[in-house]
Design a protein around this ligand. Structure first.
Ligand SMILES: [Zn+2]
Length: 265
């Protein structure tokens, strides 16, 4: 019944290794099952993600963990080469993000929420928004080695929930729609567990497997808002020039619950 003959290409781009796993992996496994081509990109390799290893060592470890997680999903993976805590909307960083986006050339992009608990996430959201706009602009040059050709078109842009669903003031950011991830939660947990260094760091600090349990508890809390056991929330960017069609909602219609009427007028 699909109206598309070619598989859709979706790129999830977030700040750090494990953010996509935390915020959108349950949905990505549904899309994988539907035959979509998936990519994951991170702004950084997680160079501040250790209390015992230096930047280069932990970055090497976490890049390998991110690749392992992407392999488990069956997704392409790339890192834009930015540094933790310095994910900043700048011309140089934008060129790097556009280069990564052009290498995958997605139809759909998932980014961080524009408002989130830390600036790396908010700036990553702005960088991805800027990159989607520049993606198909022929005269925009990324100035990278062997640059990829400009993309086909502005991709549809979606925002995942913020961490714990809250803005910096602690207020809930209401999703536009929820995806039931009850059937993919086990795979989401397995994918997240590929980030061994982060899981062990938290486990040694807290004595419990907080890494997996916190994600699972948040997925359950999100589910209680919409009547699913476990859920992920999303919003679609509907600014001028962006695709307005509900491409992701239609693909996921068997797992979907809208929190509000989709059409604004
Ligand atoms: Zn993060």
């Amino acid at each position: 019944m699909s109206s598309k003959s070619n598989p859709q290409r979706l790129l999830a781009i977030m700040a750090h290794p494990d953010d996509v796993e935390m915020l959108a992996a349950g949905t990505l496994f549904h899309l994988k099952d539907l035959g979509w081509e998936l990519g994951i990109a991170t702004m950084t390799a997680g160079d501040c993600g250790s209390a015992t290893m230096g930047c280069e060592e932990i970055a090497r470890v976490r890049r390998a963990e991110a690749q392992s997680a992407a392999d488990y999903l069956g997704a392409w993976y790339a890192c834009a080469g930015l540094m933790d805590v310095e994910v900043i909307y700048s011309a140089e960083n934008l060129r790097r993000v556009v280069e990564v986006m052009r290498r995958f050339d997605p139809d759909v992009v998932i980014a961080h929420s524009p408002a989130d608990y830390m600036l790396d996430h908010e700036e990553a959201s702005r960088l991805v928004r800027g990159a989607t706009f520049a993606h198909a602009v022929p005269n925009y040059e990324t100035r990278q080695d062997s640059p990829a050709r400009p993309g086909r078109a502005i991709p549809a842009l979606y925002y995942a929930d913020a961490i714990e669903g809250k803005d910096p003031m602690g207020l809930r950011i209401q999703p536009q729609f929820y995806v039931d991830i009850s059937k993919t939660l086990a795979r989401k947990r397995e994918m997240l567990s590929r980030h061994v260094s982060q899981r062990e760091w938290l486990r040694s600090h807290h004595g419990i497997d907080e890494y997996l349990e916190r994600m699972t508890a948040w997925s359950a809390a999100c589910g209680t808002e919409c009547g699913f056991s476990y859920a992920e929330g999303f919003r679609q960017h509907l600014g001028h020039a962006y695709p307005h069609g509900p491409i992701l909602q239609e693909a996921l219609r068997n797992f979907l619950r809208s929190s509000k009427p989709v059409a604004p007028q």
